[in-house]
Design a binder for this molecule. Structure first.
Ligand code: ADP
Ligand code: MG
Length: 568
């Protein structure tokens, strides 16, 4: 075929494809427009997975009557005027493409009224052409209704998932923007059922209660602004938000929201920094719950990477990474006060939605009262605990200032020993236990290779090993922690762990701690229990074992009182 210029309609549809990938993209663009218009109330309605209907209503500044047609033209925007503006974008939109794309793939109605106007405008577009335009009364703000999305792009329609899945994507968009803008009242209704409704009172924690439920919200830690990290005293990267204590971790990353200058973004860098901060606190396969707000001078970040505007590029990635990782880590390991949550039973109605449309469904269904039965303790400093007894040879029952604690004796002791080993190694004071007679430790060729490359490091842990032929080692000394314990099991674990990697010494420390710790089923005397609790109180991270499992559960006084009917 000879080269030909494409028909404008084809061009429009190709371009639209980049911006409007699925119904949720339409919702995203319309919600962003509402927020850019300064709305304090945004209502999103969707039906049939967004294919039959999407309607977004806001109370923002509105579009002046003489601009309504222009708004639908490609590259028409009120948000930037020049190349210079592109260097520092402070609005969510700036490409002037969304409305133009929308009318290429769906039937659109606009009703809007700008501040100061007595009458508003109504515009109806079909296949990109205006079919009706009349004045129409309405209060200040804008409503855009989209019907029959992708009716003229069968290829796109074919690739959409079920209406429930598309509805879920829409819910995710609204949920994220609700978390990014706690001062805005968001309402989402899917197929006429309200599935999300945020208070718009400016409190992020209240949005989290609404979106993720009270259980998760209660385990969130507020990030405190860190002004100290930037030597110059002016921190150009400000990180705020809420991060979940390890106890509210999830098995996927759906509970992790990152916003850059209040734009919802997909950022591998931010996810990575966040997960680094949880290093050693989460079980493998678990991910944190978090709402991260990054504020950065607009010139430090490029959002003009892709038409969907979900990707960003930071000018100084290392700086952003460090800011996030450092602040989150500090929040997780320092004792902090939990954000106060009103009694959810009194303040918040039980979720009204069905699971299929609930945004980011919670992993466990809440009890009607919204109160957890017993919750793992966040990674904070532990109050003084008084042991009351032992249950099933595994758990210590203890009383604290606020109710009852159940402590897993093995996990707790592992945590204590882990930190002791780390401390002793840091001071080069790790105690070594010489063996009366050297013992042989037999290995396979693979194990041999793994150990041979680590002999020096193993010596640093107190293991003195000498190669003894091809298939064995002579062990002359072991860490004192493992005296009369199964140190061979530790060596086997080390020899069997593939590769090495940065966390080799952490894993080795954890393995020694695990095999030195009291085991489940071991009866403990009162003094032993008391000593273990005292030691646990001294640790930096009392609430999880080195593998990230919880060391304890807490039944607080309020819970006990409520369950025994002492309080309403
Ligand atoms: P962009 O957001 O990139 O400017 P859009 O195509 O999304 O491009 O919108 C074009 C223009 O229409 C915007 O710049 C804005 O002036 C106007 N507009 C769109 N939606 C709204 C709204 N909800 N309230 C006020 N103005 C709006
Ligand atoms: Mg826009």
């Amino acid at each position: 075929m000879p080269i030909k210029l494409l028909d404008p309609q084809v061009v429009a549809r190709i371009a639209a494809g980049e911006v409007v990938e699925r119904p949720a993209s339409v919702v995203k663009e319309l919600v962003e427009n509402a927020l850019d218009a300064g709305a304090t109330q945004v209502t999103v309605e969707a039906a049939g997975g967004g294919i039959s209907l999407i309607r977004v209503t806001d109370n923002g500044v509105g579009i002046p009557a003489n601009e309504v047609e222009l708004a639908f033209q490609r590259h028409a925007t009120s948000k930037i005027a020049s190349l210079v503006d592109l260097e520092s974008i402070s609005t969510l939109g700036f490409r002037g493409e969304a409305l133009a794309s929308l009318i290429a793939v769906g039937e659109v109605e606009l009703a809007t009224c700008a501040a100061g106007e007595t009458a508003g405008s109504y515009l109806h577009l079909v296949d990109g052409e205006i079919v009706d335009r009349t004045p129409q009364g309405r209060s200040r703000g804008t409503t855009i209704t989209v019907r029959g999305l992708f009716h003229n792009v069968p290829a796109r329609l074919k690739f959409l998932k079920s209406t429930a899945t598309e509805g879920g994507h829409i819910a995710a968009v609204v949920t994220h923007y609700a978390l990014a803008y706690p001062e805005v009242r968001f309402t989402l209704s899917v197929d006429r059922r309200t599935t999300l409704s945020t208070p718009g009172n400016g409190r992020l924690i209240d949005c989290v209660v609404e979106v993720y439920g009270a259980d998760t919200a209660r385990g969130m830690i507020e990030l405190r602004r860190d002004n100290s990290w930037d030597g110059a005293g002016q921190d150009t990267v400000a990180v705020t938000g809420l991060v979940g204590s390890p106890a509210v971790s999830r098995s996927n990353r759906n509970y992790l929201s990152c916003f850059v200058n209040r734009r919802w973004v997909n950022s591998r860098l931010l996810t990575w920094a966040l997960e680094e901060a949880y290093h050693g606190l989460l079980m493998t396969g678990k991910h944190p719950a978090a709402v991260l707000n990054i504020s950065i001078p607009p010139g430090e970040v490029d959002v003009n990477i892709h038409p969907a505007k979900m990707e960003v590029k930071f000018r100084d990635e290392r700086r952003v990474f460090a800011a996030v990782q450092r602040l989150v880590r500090r929040a997780l390991i320092e004792p902090v006060s939990l954000p106060r949550i009103e009694d959810p039973a009194a303040t918040y109605a039980a979720p009204t939605s069905s699971l299929s449309t609930r945004p980011l469904p919670a992993e466990k269904v809440e009890r009607p009262s919204g109160l957890p039965l017993a919750r793992p303790v966040p990674a904070f400093a532990l109050p003084a605990l008084r042991p009351l007894g032992q249950v099933a040879g595994c758990y210590i029952v203890a009383e604290g200032p606020d109710g009852l604690y159940l402590i897993d004796q093995h996990a707790a002791h592992e945590r204590v020993l882990f930190e002791q080993i780390v401390g002793q190694r840091a001071q080069r004071q790790l105690e070594v236990q010489g063996l009366l007679e050297p013992q042989t430790f037999e290995v396979s060729p693979a194990q041999n290779a793994a150990l041979l490359s680590r002999l020096d490091e193993l010596a640093g842990f107190g293991f003195t090993l000498e190669p003894f032929g091809e298939r064995a080692y002579l062990v002359r000394a072991v860490p004192a922690f493992l005296n009369r314990k199964d140190w061979m099991a530790v060596l086997r674990e080390i020899a069997d762990s593939p590769g090495g990697g940065e966390d080799w010494s952490e894993r080795t420390t954890a393995s020694i701690a695990c095999h030195s710790a009291v085991r489940a089923g071991q009866t403990l005397g009162d003094d032993e229990m008391r000593a273990l609790l005292r030691q646990l109180e001294q640790t930096a991270l009392p609430s999880t074992c080195p593998h990230g499992r919880p060391t304890m559960l807490h039944l607080n006084s309020a819970y006990l009182e409520r369950e025994f009917g002492r309080r309403g």
